[in-house]
Design a protein around this ligand. Sequence first.
Ligand SMILES: NC(=O)c1ccc[n+]([C@@H]2O[C@H](COP(=O)([O-])OP(=O)(O)OC[C@H]3O[C@@H](n4cnc5c(N)ncnc54)[C@H](O)[C@@H]3O)[C@@H](O)[C@H]2O)c1
Length: 319
Amino acid sequence: MPSTADYLLIGAVAAIVTFGATPVVGWIAFRLGWLYQPTERTVHTTPMPAIGGLTPMAGEKMEEGAMRLEGRTAIVTGGAKGIGAHYSRALADAGAEVMIADIADGSALAAEIAARTGRNSIDHMTFDVSDEAQCKALVARTLERFGKIDILINNAALYAPLPTLSVTDMDVELWDQVMAVNVRGPFLMVKHAAPAMIARGYGKIVNIGSGTVARGIPDFSHYVTSKGAVTAFTRCMSRELGAHGIRVNTLAPGYTLSDTGLTNAVHVEQSRAAAIARRALKRDEYPEDLLGTLVYLCSPDSDFMTGQVLTVDGGANNT
Ligand SMILES: NC(=O)c1ccc[n+]([C@@H]2O[C@H](COP(=O)([O-])OP(=O)(O)OC[C@H]3O[C@@H](n4cnc5c(N)ncnc54)[C@H](O)[C@@H]3O)[C@@H](O)[C@H]2O)c1
């Protein structure tokens, strides 16, 4: 009585005679490969190589829904209002200790987050990001309160209150003020926060850029130019600080309906409908649309990514 194996052999010989050897051998190899596929996803557990003297924290938190930033300390500049307030909440909800730093008062937001999370891991400080002494004081206060700095979100900027002006009408003082807050600010924060990251061989810096850099917009050159500088600064810092295990990326939002942005009627009128028309995903953008990408850029999941621009704008730009 022929066995199953005999029938398979006879079938294979008949198929080779009829169709030639190549497709039959290929089919057998495919079936064997399929049969021996592991039924569970293989998890890579080999320790990551050390970068900058310490083993990075990559891969240590992979579970779905985990507090992905537990044990991390973050500074969010401009973290009291607008989109920054959403960043502060999101990082705290992901488990991070958060220093809310803003020229505006962040005490109410800090109290709200502390009450919701039930953790004594939120602080706030009023400061001007364009002032070096105040940036140094912010870093010192964060180190005193939390002992380290793992994450820096350079979000503070002059955006919502800015007027639209042609370059010929642009006041030099306004131009300089925008550069002082939007460009010198992130530089000062990195200059003074990086030493604490370098000492520990690990850090995540997220500079908030803008989708406007990819296309340029008229009558907004002060702002768009400043955000172009932020993108260039990200690339320089990624190369300069990579050896110390510090990852530096840009998160570039599209036109986002922040509560502060909505107070500028000219921006709303000029940008809202036009932004939707440019997008592949035809709707308004909200601060909540940015939070997953922000947490990702702060988490170990993005530890092999640096010097990049992640544009979150519903597909308005293909960067
Ligand atoms: N809303 C948008 O459409 C949009 C789009 C792309 C990028 N962005 C960027 O996202 C970030 C947040 O934007 P937003 O919509 O919340 O606007 P926003 O202008 O309200 O946000 C700026 C934040 O920085 C703070 N700030 C301003 N000057 C400061 C200073 N000198 N020192 C410290 N803090 C200061 C403000 O108090 C505010 O909390 C900004 O970097 C902005 O450029 C916004």
